[in-house]
Ligand binder design. Structure first.
Ligand SMILES: [Mg+2]
Length: 196
């Protein structure tokens, strides 16, 4: 493996065990099942929007306090950190929630705060804006970097930015979008170590 010089990660389900129960969040906030949560809230009248936003932020902070690392996530991040490679996060979470999650995992020191891009900092994936922001901070050309995620939007954002892409999932549902496919961070680290 030609080791990428910059590593951008999705957060939920990539570095953490997936735990967002979106159905439960919709029930608690009384959002119809077919609606995108963020889009629904954004379209509400201002007072309701503010209330729902506060509720959603509280739910996400609660989740961040009890989050668990995905298999091999901490080891992968620490290995990359030891190589002095820059690490970033692009997530649909709030930046504050993402930082809280990284604190809970014990890996916040792996990331410069500016390289943690939440939903207030950039248009959501699959738009590449968040990735391009991070690459600009690092002065890296897109092909030197890799986007690692567990969902199609992560891969599409990586492609749109011109980065390499890695899908972490049991099955490769999007082979045309993924340069690499590994089951999880642990397998990805094994691959890296085998090539170095
Ligand atoms: Mg994800």
């Amino acid at each position: 493996m030609n080791l990428p010089q910059g590593w951008i990660f999705d957060l939920d389900g990539t570095l953490t065990l997936a735990q967002h129960d979106f159905a439960a969040i919709r029930r608690e906030l009384e959002i119809p099942a077919e609606e995108d949560i963020l889009d629904f809230i954004a379209a509400r009248p201002v007072a309701e929007r503010q209330r729902l936003t506060r509720q959603l932020d509280a739910i996400e902070h609660d989740l961040a306090a009890s989050v668990q690392a995905a298999p091999g996530a901490v080891e992968l991040l620490r290995w990359l950190q030891r190589q002095q490679l820059p690490l970033g996060i692009v997530t649909r979470n709030l930046r504050a929630v993402a930082l809280h999650t990284l604190d809970t995992l014990g890996v916040r020191d792996c990331f410069a705060e500016a390289a943690v891009i939440g939903r207030e900092q950039a248009l959501p994936k699959p738009h590449p804006q968040g990735l391009l922001q991070v690459l600009g901070q690092w002065s890296l050309a897109p092909p030197q970097a890799i986007m690692v995620g567990d969902y199609r939007f992560d891969l599409e954002a990586g492609r749109a930015a011109g980065c390499r892409t890695c899908l972490l999932a049991g099955q490769n549902l999007w082979p045309a979008l993924a340069d690499w496919h590994r089951q999880d961070c642990s397998h990805l680290l094994d691959t890296i170590l085998a090539g170095n």
